[in-house]
Design a protein around this ligand. Sequence first.
Ligand code: ADE
Length: 386
Amino acid sequence: MLNARTIDDLARWFRASARDLPWRGPIGSPRDPWAVLVSETMLQQTQVSRIAERFPLFMRRFPTPGALAAADQREVLALWAGLGYYRRARNLHAAARLIVERFGGAVPRTVDDLLELPGVGRYTAGAVASIAFGDAAPIVDGNTARVLLRVHGRATRPDDRAARAWLWDHAARIAAAGARGVGAGVVNEAVMELGATVCLPAPAAPRCDACPLAPACAARRTGTQARIPLPKGRAARQTVHCASAVLVDGAGRIVLQRRAEGGMWAGLWQAPTVERADRAPTRAELARALGLAARDLHARGTFTHATTHRLVRFDVYRGAAPRRWPRGAHAGDTDRARVRPDQLDAFALSSAQRRVLRLALGGALSARRERAAAAPVAKAATYARS
Ligand code: ADE
């Protein structure tokens, strides 16, 4: 949590560095709630430079909710031209009419009343309540979420449910701390401004040298700014640890097993593999699963394969296939086969498993064969049951 001193540093920075924008007067001075509602509505999904140009024209024509409420929609949309997302203009028009009908023409003061207005969500309600009325109302948007997640070193997606709950809770505490000192609106807008101008999203580099929160920032301390927040829509990937044994018999045939239906790489063929979620399976564990002696498995290398949802780390071993499988060594397999390298084309192998084979067998597998092996052609394959 940002403490009182950090909040003061932030407010001092904001007073010194805030962009001169047409909807802002001197920082901390009273603000017209209507101007705040209009500007915050325009600022959703549109660049500041565009709004800086449009906002004065719009406010000159519609200086109050009453003026907008009385206007014809075509004129409203014409004045919105260039800002895009015209639904916002229609909503603002409807909000102005509701403000006139229900609130006597004055923008309501509380978050609950503001949330009644068309197009006003939790963010806009919080921005108006705090910036215009000094209410300790929280705000969370993309910019503020990035600032808070970085300061606290939380490498999550901002749209993750738990992260959102944490962000709103944290924003409420910051607004409350602001309300006790520099003002809730000042601190809220300062966090927004910091996100918009200093704590920039990747791939741009954040300007940590200019940041008043740098001494308190966990991401800066650990050099993880570029990784926080995680990109939206992509969950933190789970890591799976695999150990694979590429076993070759005296006739040069490779042992393959077919994965179970369901789960990762369902039904595809692979070198016999043991998986764990918590750590890499040991050579002894892999050997035991296959009914072999650990000393007969030789490490050939390691790599990590990334799928959409997982990072799969492989330890690859090579060994001699036994003439016969010891009793019990088939447990859990749905199918197993001994396959000559020139027969691999007939087996559907994941790209990770092609890499496993390549690592263990080196030049024994041609690139052409590896490519062909990706095709799911299992028909008429003649191979020995293993
Ligand atoms: N983005 C949205 N509203 C903002 C504000 N009031 N100041 C800075 N950036 C913003």
